[in-house]
Design a protein around this ligand. Structure first.
Ligand SMILES: Cc1ncc(COP(=O)(O)O)c(C=O)c1O
Length: 413
């Protein structure tokens, strides 16, 4: 069982009456993670993999230890982990690295975050690929049979968010992974909202790529992860090249300007994919965040947030004028409630919650414009109000949200 009151003491920004319900955008950070950043800058501040002196070797050791923890967290090997700056960067790296040709199809869903959409739209314009949309409707429930019908011999890549950042609905990624594997289709999983809540196993999912951000799972900003299945990590030419990625010691060219890039020997994995100085303190701090997260345990996280979720859903469904988006069964959504109140614009509800009730929620389209275009009437300002829960939130906080929404709903009658 999670001792939430004790755990809240680990988070320096939890104080006073303010309630933080926007962990989907970015989670709070425990002090041990902040301390590890301070420790790097005050005790062993040096670059990694660049120097054979004590400070650099200490930094490299801590850095590599953290990358190992990242790999273990998702059941990958060290060679399959590419350090990026966030999920967006990770997905762009795949989009820039894969070879597409005109007519290739990419299948995604209308629930995708812009980060898993715009990089593919650029390829649509540049290369002439075709993006196809699976629309799971207002409830956001995934129908595998309908989805399967959209796969064609031209589908080169399926790219899907594991947990929707708008609804908290969950995509059956293991089943999608099987469909893709049987057809030789590449599969990318946007796990930005999944890694903070689920034990991920890339082997079980059977994906080729998986992306997530540390700042949504109690870690620092500025650190993203791209998992690349080993065979691709070995065979693909990274989009970003430079310091550290080429093995100059093995290069037979007299100077690099006469080098043929195809004849170059790349650094061993995963350094082939690590162009330039990586985010050192952020990677080390992510290792500390992983220790903290796994110390709590995914089962405890799930039990706690599922309890908050069902309390919130029970309360919201009983308030008149509240229109809930996404699955109505609490167990079908992960830590997110999203709703509108009567005909009040979501931004107005967000403002009142902030100014009159000290509750931080997100109001707007949550970077998923296509979903709202599909499910809201034309002319409506796209979006809704989203409250998201994590390990440090309490039942009392959920009750304060419900009371506040009830009062706001009376403004619309
Ligand atoms: C599902 C999903 N994908 C991608 C992103 C982008 O994450 P980042 O801003 O860390 O790149 C987010 C951010 O909210 C998200 O919810």
């Amino acid at each position: 069982m999670l001792n939430v009151q004790k755990l809240r003491g680990d988070f320096p920004t939890i104080n006073g009456q303010n309630i933080y319900f926007d962990s989907v955008a970015s989670s709070l950070t425990p002090m041990v993670v902040v301390d590890s950043i301070i420790e790097y800058y005050t005790k062993y501040r040096a670059n990694v993999h660049r120097g054979n002196y004590d400070l650099s070797m200490q930094a490299s050791e801590k850095f590599e230890g953290a990358v190992m923890k990242i790999a273990k967290l998702i059941n990958a090997s060290l060679e399959e982990i590419v350090i990026t700056s966030n999920t967006t960067h990770a997905i762009n790296e795949v989009a820039l690295t894969l070879d597409f040709k005109e007519g290739d199809e990419i299948l995604l869903s209308s629930l995708e975050h812009s980060s898993n959409l715009i990089p593919w739209l650029r390829l649509q314009k540049k290369v002439g690929i075709k993006t196809k949309w699976y629309n799971p409707g207002k409830l956001g429930l995934f129908d595998l049979n309908e989805f399967e019908k959209m796969l064609t011999p031209k589908t080169k890549l399926v790219t899907l968010t594991f947990v929707s950042n708008v609804l908290g609905s969950v995509v059956p990624v293991e089943e999608v992974g099987k469909l893709c594997k049987a057809r030789g289709i590449l599969f990318l999983v946007d796990a930005a909202q999944a890694v903070p809540h689920f034990k991920i196993d890339v082997k079980k999912i059977g994906c080729d790529f998986l992306a997530f951000s540390s700042h949504k799972m109690l870690g620092p900003t500025g650190l993203g992860v791209l998992y690349i299945k080993k065979e691709h990590a070995e065979n693909m030419m990274p989009a970003f090249l430079g310091g550290g990625t080429i093995n100059t010691a093995e290069c037979h060219c007299l100077s690099l300007d006469s080098c043929d890039i195809d004849a170059c020997t790349f650094s061993e994995l995963p350094y082939k994919w690590l162009a330039g100085t990586p985010p050192i303190s952020e990677t080390i701090a992510t290792g500390v965040a992983i220790d903290y997260l796994t110390g709590i345990g995914y089962d405890n996280i799930h039990e706690h947030t599922a309890n908050l979720m069902s309390r919130a859903m029970k309360g919201l469904t009983s308030i008149k004028n509240v229109d809930i988006y996404g699955p109505l069964k609490a167990e079908q959504r992960n830590s997110i409630v999203s709703f509108n109140v009567g005909d009040l614009p979501p931004s107005e509800v967000g403002r009142i919650l902030n100014e009159e009730f000290q509750i931080s929620v997100r109001a707007g389209d949550h970077c998923a414009v296509n979903y709202f275009k599909d499910v809201q009437a034309e002319g409506t300002a796209p979006g809704n109000v989203r409250a998201s829960f994590y390990v440090y939130n309490t039942e009392e906080e959920v009750d304060r949200l419900l009371n506040a929404v009830e009062k706001i709903s009376k403004l619309t009658v």
